[in-house]
Design a binder for this molecule. Structure first.
Ligand code: MV4
Length: 456
């Protein structure tokens, strides 16, 4: 087992990893930027090393600084958390060269899944359902045009180096394809330095349903059910839940099996997530695989009672998975609200000093946050400041519990997305589980119609 783990991250996920290490009896090294001197991850770790100035490019993304910090402190493993270098094949390779264990999948799995068009081909080979589309990247706009006429409009152009929604173009008619193709290529080149674009049939108003996986280095792959992440804004998830209101037992079983096959096909090890699009007809299609622990992993921990971060560490040390598929059981319903330091109306970031803070507890409540009264929310990083998770016997209890917690929460000094979460949770469509990836665009109208009715 590892003696000391360096956590190459900050905020709630750095704390989450430190807590797992503490319970496993493993010493911890925090790294921090000059802006994070007073952060909780620095205080809670056994050791802490400053790795550079506030700008991430020169601190949390600075591989030589991280490796240097691991060498001088004698850390035998690095946990990358999420974001930053968590999906860097380069960091995974350099760790290996330096005899430091990267707590994540093999570099080749990270690289394969980072190339979205290659990942799509690998899934076709593995027999995992994908949306009809191109075999690999498009050679020309003519090839795109031919294919689009064959499979029918609308289609979507995606950057092969993209993911998470960047560099995409929906094309609804033949005349729009050539300009969209050129725009997508230019955008992909500018954003990722790789112009490659591929094409898929566009699925209208799907749900985003993802399967959590854990795999060990002895050939075992287990799925831990799904999370429904359809409530998003500009590809940033706002609310996640498990189980998905849209799945029944047979579909859950099928999608779980497909995700396990996907992982097996690429020799996957450690925690991973297979994202699917789920159409209104109940058809599911592979979208992407995330090769890291995700922001919303706690939702799965609540319904399965398993500690995914501990499992990541154990599996990286060569242990067998601590559970078999048949031992995974699902209890109740979990919800997560991502609380951002931002204006709930304009969505503009709202950094600053947290003057006072009250975080409610009670049965079935979990907070993953690095906030405290007196902390400074820096403008240099992501605006996610807390994840509020609740667990209830069923979905209705989880929603009521979340509403109760949001009403009790006090954060003074910065604006947060809490009022937006409260509006979403009140929405009749959300309460009925009727959401899709465009929910945030149309629920505003439903919300307004409701308040107009309320005053008239
Ligand atoms: C799609 C799609 C419809 N059809 N692919 C968005 C993020 C990136 N991972 C892929 N995305 C989509 N791919 C096909 N063939 C719709 C989306 C999409 C979406 C997916 C999940 C969650 C939110 C979304 C919002 C807009 C579009």
């Amino acid at each position: 087992m590892f003696k000391k783990i360096l956590i190459a991250n900050r905020g709630d996920i750095a704390l989450r990893v430190i807590r797992a290490c503490q319970e496993l009896g493993i010493r911890t090294v925090a790294v921090y930027s000059e802006a994070d001197r007073d952060s909780l991850h620095v205080r809670f770790a056994d050791q802490a090393v400053c790795i550079g100035p506030a700008r991430s490019a020169r601190s949390y993304l600075n591989v030589p600084a991280l490796i240097g910090a691991a060498e001088v402190t004698g850390a035998d493993a690095i946990h990358p958390g999420y974001g930053f270098l968590s999906e860097s094949g380069t960091l995974a390779d350099i760790c290996q060269a330096c005899r430091i264990t990267f707590i994540g999948p093999p570099a080749r799995a990270i690289r394969l899944m980072g190339n979205k068009s290659a990942a799509r081909n690998a899934m076709i080979a593995a027999g995992v359902p994908v949306v009809p589309g191109s075999q690999g990247v498009l050679g020309s706009e003519h090839e795109g045009g031919r294919l689009a006429r064959e499979i029918g409009f609308p289609v979507i152009l995606k950057a092969s180096a993209g993911g998470g929604g960047r560099g995409m173009r929906v094309v609804r008619s033949a005349g729009d394809l050539a300009p969209a193709f050129r725009a997508a290529q230019a955008e992909a080149q500018a954003a990722f330095g790789i112009a490659d674009v591929y094409l898929e049939k566009y699925v209208e108003a799907p749900r985003h349903v993802e399967i959590q996986l854990m795999a060990d280095s002895h050939g075992h792959v287990v799925h831990l059910g799904e999370r429904d992440c359809s409530v998003q804004r500009r590809h940033q998830k706002l609310i996640e839940e498990s189980p998905s209101p849209a799945l029944h037992e047979k579909l859950r079983h099928e999608m779980g099996r497909a995700a396990v096959e996907a992982a097996r096909a690429v020799g996957y090890v450690n925690a991973g997530t297979v994202e699917f699009l789920l159409s209104g007809h109940g058809d599911y299609y592979f979208m992407e695989m995330n090769t890291r622990i995700q922001v919303e992993h706690g939702v799965t921990e609540l319904v399965t009672g398993r500690d995914l971060v501990k499992e990541q560490i154990l599996v990286a040390a060569g242990a067998r998975l601590s559970f078999a598929q048949k031992e995974i059981a699902f209890t109740g319903h979990a919800l997560e609200c991502r609380i951002n330091a931002e204006d709930p109306d304009s969505f503009r970031p709202s950094p600053g000093l947290i003057r006072s803070l009250h975080l409610p507890g009670g049965p079935g409540v979990r907070w993953d946050t690095a906030m405290y009264a007196g902390a400074e929310v820096s403008p240099h990083y992501d605006s996610l400041v807390a994840k509020l998770m609740v667990h209830g016997r069923d979905r209705a209890e989880a929603i009521a519990r979340m509403q109760r917690c949001l009403a009790e929460t006090v954060v003074e000094g910065i604006k947060t997305s809490i009022p937006l979460h409260q509006r979403i949770l009140r929405s009749p469509s959300f309460q009925a589980g009727r959401v899709d990836t465009h929910f945030l665009e149309w629920f505003q109208d439903e919300d307004e119609a409701q308040s107009v009715r309320a005053v008239s």
